[in-house]
Write a protein that binds this ligand. Sequence first.
Ligand SMILES: *Cc1c(COP(=O)(O)O)cnc(C)c1O
Length: 356
Amino acid sequence: MKKHNFNAGPSILPRVAVENTAKAILDFNGSGLGIMEISHRHKDFQAVVDEAVALFKELLSIPEGYQVLFLGGGASLQFCMVPYNLMNKKAAYLETGVWAKKAIKEAKLFGEVSIVASSADKNFCYVPKGFTIPADAEYFHITTNNTIYGSEIRFDMDSPVPLVADMSSDILSRPVDVSKYAIIYGGAQKNVGPAGVTFVIIKEDILGKVERPIPSMLDYRTHIKEGSLYNTPPVLPIFTLKETLKWIKELGGVKAIEKLNIEKSGLLYDAIDNSKIFVGTVAKEDRSLMNIAFVMKEAYQAKEADFMAFAQGKGMVGIKGHRSVGGFRASTYNALPKESVLALIDCMNEFEHNNA
Ligand SMILES: *Cc1c(COP(=O)(O)O)cnc(C)c1O
């Protein structure tokens, strides 16, 4: 049976990126050797890194003065690297979910953290608005897409201090004005590649301002100087990431992807809003295009497990909501085809027809 992969992360990748990775594992560039079995300093692998960097710059129109890095450690290591490299005394954070909280926890090891606003009061079902960013903070950190709850900041905000964004789950889902950010980072495994590689887009002139010594591996300047090859990088994930970026470019770039994402998520949100039994969990103006969270209305809640089994029987994968929200979550990342969204909607309609 055809599977419809709504996994939240690691998640669906473009088929062509997976196929090209499979080929490169067996025989990289016709060399007779697999990509996992050669030096990361081989000129053919250098070309992979160069192309991945160039594609990132092209797709997001990254301005001069920024570097693109591919590191290990996941987005979670960035929760610590950001304050390590940028914070002397004080940083500001927007608390919009569990990932934001984890970033805050690490930052507290380095100085004073000002939480400018939080949506914890309503289990993070909205994005706080009307907050003031303290002008004496060394940076302001946001999580643009809250993967667990399904809320998203889908615009590039103005900040009086350098803006740092965790874009793990919505990178390359829309055009971004990179010039408004000092750092954009994320794990690749939601929207741009497999687990194992972390992307960091960083404005070079924000570095070198902290007083503490920084261990080499945690110092962005080390990785900038060595072009992400200070130590052995995640070779294979970088290759798949590069193939994923090529796929985005061939589709027409991030503008084209955004159009598809608006269409896919719009279809599913409409189905939820028109349903007698399902209801969305996030404030409408803050709804994510990437993770669509919904539950069953009060009167039908006893049927959640039935729907889960019904949907699984129709090939739906990964639609169980995160344990802190419950219900369902459909992740509609870049690589998820519209066909899968339509299949889920059919499944919801059929279940409703049989049960409401
Ligand atoms: C998944 C996720 C993370 C954690 O990423 P790791 O690469 O596993 O460390 C951080 N932030 C957000 C928004 C995420 O969705």
